[in-house]
Ligand binder design. Structure first.
Ligand SMILES: *Cc1c(COP(=O)(O)O)cnc(C)c1O
Length: 399
């Protein structure tokens, strides 16, 4: 069976060029980048090159980029690091209701530690209103954390406007750019970003490596204590192969970003158009235009989402119900609920996320199977509703 992968927001394959770049660092160039002998130096220079490559993708200076174990650690470090370091100035944090759990759960943890967190609502397209940010900032606010682009629905936030407001009020601004890095232009200076998170495996690099941008002058407390690695921001021997892989992936993403975005947009729009033409009663979630190139989230009224995913999987097509971290929990997505979807409709939602190797043929294949699957699941759920009505009325069913 031909397998089609449409879940690139969950993770991406490592590009061959990236794997090639990493291999020597598992073999002969295994030295500890902190060692002063030749083995160590053979690992140090490539780590610094990777830092420059990651910095270039973000419009940052290399000295402000620090490697971590991934997007989750970068979010934790940025949020907790700023919170603890700035406790003397205030204890109020502003974020949104549709952040990734790495941000939401970091904020919830800080609430237990005595911080106060405002979770801003979003409109029905998933947008945060910058005026809400301005209104919510008080002289106790120390941090605003609003993601660049959402992993479930793809909505792109007005980070530049939000960043400007935070800067004017002397509040640090963090953005989770794990989904946008390599897909959207990022300029930390022009966008007033003080802290930013990226992850290797979301941009065709390896899993278990990420980076956090921290603007010079931003007070931060390290969350992992140990040796003097990564400018004393993040202790632990550098993951040299991973870092080199992330650097290579960032370099390629920087060079190819525009062509890649165009390719992803075409495929997304093709699938969206065909779904709307060929299946009744569906709803596209997320902003119609301010959306990640390859992300399409659709609710298929009365067709259960998990069943849709499993049925597509049987045909070799991999999609997801939103966030990979929460699937299987059977809870409706917090992002879709924040858009105002009722929980039942939220449960019928599927996320298609395209990647660089997808083709129009993949869209054709989805459309060959999906209308049938939706029709079958809808017929099943209609039957269930009918049976429940019969049971509820006390007629027709014994026992
Ligand atoms: C995947 C993801 C993360 C977590 O990154 P990991 O490297 O998997 O820890 C954080 N934020 C967003 C928006 C993501 O999509």
């Amino acid at each position: 069976m031909r397998r089609i992968y449409l879940d690139h927001n969950a993770t991406t394959p490592v590009r061959p060029e990236v794997l090639e770049a990493m291999l020597p660092f598992f073999r002969e160039r295994f030295g500890n980048a902190s060692s002063i002998h030749a083995f160590g130096q053979a690992a140090r220079a490539p780590v610094e090159e990777a830092r420059a490559q990651a910095a270039r993708l973000l419009g940052a200076r290399p000295g402000e980029v620090f490697f971590t174990s991934g997007g989750t650690e970068s979010d934790n470090l940025a949020i907790k690091g700023v919170a603890y370091a700035n406790r003397g100035r205030g204890s109020h944090i502003i974020t949104s209701q549709i952040e990734h759990h790495a941000v939401l759960n970091s904020c919830q943890f800080l609430e237990q530690e005595g911080f106060t967190v405002t979770y801003l609502p979003v409109d029905s397209d998933g947008l945060v209103d910058p005026d809400d940010v301005a209104r919510t900032i008080t002289d106790r606010t120390i941090l605003v954390s609003i993601m660049h682009a959402n992993n479930e629905i793809g909505t792109i936030q007005p980070v530049e406007e939000i960043g400007r407001i935070a800067r004017e009020r002397g509040v640090f601004f963090h953005t989770d750019a794990v989904q946008s890095a390599g897909k959207l232009p990022i300029e930390v200076d022009a966008m007033y970003i003080d802290l930013l998170s990226i992850s290797g495996h979301k941009l065709y690099g390896p899993k278990g490596v990420g980076a956090v941008y921290i603007r010079k002058g931003t007070q931060i407390v390290q969350t992992a204590h140990g040796g003097h690695h990564e400018g004393d921001v993040r202790a632990g021997t550098e993951n040299t192969p991973g870092i080199v892989g992330l650097g290579k992936a960032a370099e390629l993403a920087f060079i190819e970003r525009e062509a890649e975005a165009q390719h992803l947009t075409q495929l997304r729009d093709l699938l969206q158009r065909r779904l709307l033409d060929e299946i009744d009663d569906i709803r596209v979630n997320g902003h119609p235009t301010r959306r990640l190139p390859g992300t399409l989230n659709v609710s298929f009224t009365a067709a259960e989402g998990e069943s849709l995913i499993l049925s597509l999987d049987l045909k070799g097509i991999a999609v997801s119900s939103g966030s990979a971290c929460t699937s299987g929990s059977l809870e409706p997505s917090h992002v879709l609920l924040a858009l105002g979807l009722d929980p039942q409709l939220a449960q019928t939602s599927v996320r298609f996320s395209f990647g660089r190797d997808n083709t129009r043929e993949d869209v054709e294949d989805v459309m060959e199977h999906l209308p049938e699957i939706v029709a079958r699941l809808r017929a099943m759920s209609a039957l269930t509703v009918k049976q429940e009505k019969i049971r509820g009325s006390g007629f027709g069913v014994r026992g």
